[in-house]
Design a protein. Structure first.
Length: 254
């Protein structure tokens, strides 16, 4: 959706908000309006989650603008990176192991907060058997204080997870990197980095990849022939090379 269609959607929502004058409304009207807004928010959250999940599955933002879906959303919507990442994560989960929960979000029976809690709980060790458990919790959240519901969800996840609850002291040993030299000067890297360190690596590669992609697009504009920029995964590989090159150029003894 671009241009005027975007504006029509936004204008309609703004008119809905303009119809409410809190200062002039009665208490009953304010109570009613507050709940109606929350129901509308659930509908928007459900639609947004479906759209972001589809964009992410197609890889549209990667191919069209050279940015991962969460980074693209954060950049163009002006939202926090953590918020954008959470929305895309929920979209992915509802297309995958939590597919049976998606209709409940669509019908407004659960909130985005419930969907996010379920997506956060669905770690790779239990993803293949978490779906039915998630559906039971999604179907039984009405009338339950959210914090209590989430605590019970996390307790169920600990029972389901063969490795038990998360132990931060074990994170260090879970960081690992393997590298191999193959024929034809092909070098293979495989890494697993946990927690904040993993987030730092992701964000750094994304930032440098965005920088390289913009430079490539500028080169394309100046080139006589029409050459498309490489795929996102290629740009990210080149970003890792650039990060290493910059690190080697720093004089640590200076």
């Amino acid at each position: 959706m671009e241009g005027t269609e975007d504006e029509v959607w936004a204008a309609a929502l703004h008119r809905l908000g303009d119809n409410v004058d809190p200062a002039a409304a009665t208490d009953d009207a304010l109570l009613s309006a507050a709940l109606q807004m929350e129901r509308a928010r659930r509908a928007l959250d459900a639609a947004s989650t479906r759209i972001l999940g589809e964009l992410d599955a197609r890889g549209t933002t990667d191919f069209e603008v050279g940015m991962r879906t969460p980074r693209w959303l954060a950049h163009h919507a002006g939202t926090a990176g953590s918020t954008a990442s959470a929305r895309v994560k929920v979209g992915r989960a509802l297309r995958g192991p939590l597919a049976d929960v998606a209709p409940l979000l669509d019908r407004g029976e659960i909130s985005f907060d419930h969907a996010k809690a379920l997506a956060d709980a669905c770690n790779p060790r239990i993803a293949d058997r978490f779906g039915p458990v998630a559906l039971v919790f999604a179907q039984n959240c009405s009338g339950v204080v959210f914090e209590q519901w989430r605590a019970e969800l996390n307790a169920a996840v600990r029972l389901l997870d063969d490795d038990g609850a998360h132990d931060p002291s074990e994170d260090l040993s879970r960081n690992r990197l393997t590298k191999a030299d193959t024929i034809d000067e092909l070098y293979v890297l495989k890494a697993q980095i946990v927690g904040a360190d993993g987030l730092l690596v992701h964000q750094t590669i994304d930032a440098v990849a965005d920088e390289l992609f913009r430079a490539m697009c500028a080169d394309e504009d100046r080139a006589a022939q029409d050459l498309r920029a490489p795929a996102r995964r290629t740009v990210e590989a080149l970003a890792l090379v650039e990060i290493c090159r910059r690190a080697m150029a720093v004089d640590l003894d200076g």
